[in-house]
Design a protein around this ligand. Sequence first.
Ligand code: IFM
Length: 458
Amino acid sequence: MTTLQFPADFHWGAATSSFQIEGAAELRGDSIWDVFCRQPGAIADGSDGTVAVDHFHRFRDDVALLAGLGLDTYRFSVSWPRVMNPDGSVNEAGLDFYDELVDALCEAGIRPWLTLYHWDLPAWLAGGWTNRATAEAFVDYALVVHARLSDRVRIWTTLNEPWCASFLSYAGGQHAPGHRVAAEAYAAGHHLLLAHGWVTWALRAADPDATLGLSLNFTPGYPADPDNPADVDVVRRTDGTQHRFFTEPVFHGEYPADLIADAGADWPGGLVRDGDLAAIATPIDVLGVNYYTSQLIRAGAAAPGVGVHTTAPDAVVVDRPDLARTDMGWEITPDAFRDLLVRLHHEYTGPAGISMAITENGCAVDDPDPAAGPIDDVERIAYLAGHLRAVHEAIEAGAAIDTYLVWSIIDNFEWAFGYTKRFGLVAVDSELNRLPKASAGWYSDLSRLGTLCLPEQA
Ligand code: IFM
């Protein structure tokens, strides 16, 4: 057994998002995910977010659950269509919900970490993220939320995983609004970044001491044959659209030239106005890193489309049969997580003098039905332990990482997979009772002591 000690001031917590857990859809406007869920075949089990796990009505129990586990941070997102009405007025009752949630968290001694956008875009915003006006509306919404909650919420994430909200949604068709038009993905990506930059600027002006950032999802790619230039190049292009499209303008104020060249006619040059890149590069305080897996890629025949983790049309993901997989089919690669964190530290956060937080990490396990008895999710514990070892190694290598937020505290609506995939430390039965799994107890012990115990091979 090896033991690794995390710093005494390291933050341990969990993350969720509004659409995935809240329910109470009748008390808010439609989001693009409500509309998407109504499309036949869009969601694997035909489900939706109407009730989800009813967090809206059970939030006090859920906060008590977090507190009982001893977690000190809870990252949640606000539902834009719960807070704003189609005519631009504020839905005060919707805002009240978050006010009460934040109060409950503070009373429990839990640090609220608020994400402003986790994909549930109001359905009434014409053109969605392909329309620059959506970024303008995002500023109005963000300021409304900030005005009500900033006396207690001190950490703000503008966007969660803008790659998913652009490429997977507008080119891949797998997420709302389900389009398959590459040029739309670039336009959406630019407007999402603009929304991030404008809100960062506006919140900084209103609240200079707030901690501000965004959460990006990273799936490092490796060439199947490092000596084959075609494989190396397809990895470069995948890294371009998936990662550098976001990191380069945020940290360096520019879109990479190779990415613009690769995009060709799809590049939204006409949409990028003077001042946009300066706004996008408004300094942040923390980079949120969401990590689940990595992939081996080779160049293959061009097949238009977007994979779950790729964008280049000729990217072929190569199976690594020696690696274990999660229930999403994602290969378990904690060493790639460590290498990613060290890369991000050297290329972006270190030079900017800012920290990183792991704002999502976790795994889907095909857990047994909770009705059958307590769930002993040893696979999840092993996954988390391996990835926390990677975080520890990255810290030892110099990366400034001060927070780890597991995805997720509770089983929830896993987007196009509906309720068929379980990421939670806590199960939910058919009556929506909360039933902690073995991983919840394990994570609770870890967060209290900060000591990670690993079998020699983890
Ligand atoms: O459930 C999602 C979450 O909403 C965003 N990041 C990845 C998770 C697992 O797929």
